[in-house]
Design a protein around this ligand. Structure first.
Ligand code: PRP
Length: 195
């Protein structure tokens, strides 16, 4: 299936946003606080931070630079059920970790938890590899949409059950590069949402 949708226009992305839900400054401040907490909690543990492509890239990149202790990083890429199938909970791993994690203190970095099905699958998968510890840091939490309980050691913000873009969150692969979280103008959303 070809998912490429050429832009309606090549203007400024900011013009497509009707309102800002979380400003650049709010996000920066919260990410700084999360980095400080992680630096304290994982001092002397040489944790492995695991990010999820693609939406997690801005959060991981910013969080890393707020952490002051030695860490290592790795990435996973998954394709979630909602994009390809109605079989909820089915997750296809597209990129696995580069190294084994047995005996490592692993902190899983997710930019958004929605139903919780993706992270639940990934946590079960990683737990089976016998890490010394396995915790989750999530920046955005749409807890009202949760279908399965997910223990969050670190959490950035609660998000309402609305479609939002920016700071890694996309609409048709766009808007990830907005430095804030906002709501698209309805004409933008509907103009390209008719197939
Ligand atoms: C996000 C996130 C999780 C999933 C969470 O990825 O990284 O994988 O959604 O949703 P869930 O809690 O309902 O399972 P997304 O599918 O948006 O992929 P992307 O990061 O490449 O945009």
């Amino acid at each position: 299936m070809n998912r490429y949708h050429p832009p309606e226009k090549y203007g400024n992305l900011n013009d497509d946003v009707s309102s800002i839900l979380l400003s650049t400054e709010e996000i920066e401040q919260r990410v700084r606080e999360l980095g400080e907490s992680i630096s304290q909690d994982y001092a002397d543990l040489n944790p492995l931070l695991v990010g999820v492509l693609k939406g997690g890239v801005p959060f991981v990149a910013d969080l890393l630079r707020m952490i002051t202790i030695p860490i290592e990083i790795d990435f996973m890429a998954v394709s979630s059920y909602s994009k390809e199938t109605r079989d909820r909970g089915l997750v296809r791993m597209q990129k696995d970790l580069d190294e084994p994690i047995n005996g490592r203190h692993v902190l899983f970095i997710e930019h958004i938890i929605d139903t919780g099905l993706t992270i639940n699958y990934l946590l079960r998968n990683l737990k089976a590899r016998n890490p010394a510890s396995l915790k989750v840091c999530a920046l955005f939490d749409k807890s009202r949409r949760r279908l399965i309980d997910v223990p969050l050691a670190y959490k950035g913000f609660d998000l309402p059950d609305r479609f939002v873009v920016g700071y890694g969150l996309d609409f048709r692969e766009r808007y990830r590069n907005l430095p804030y979280v906002g709501i698209l103008k309805s004409e933008v959303f509907h103009a390209t949402n008719n197939d």
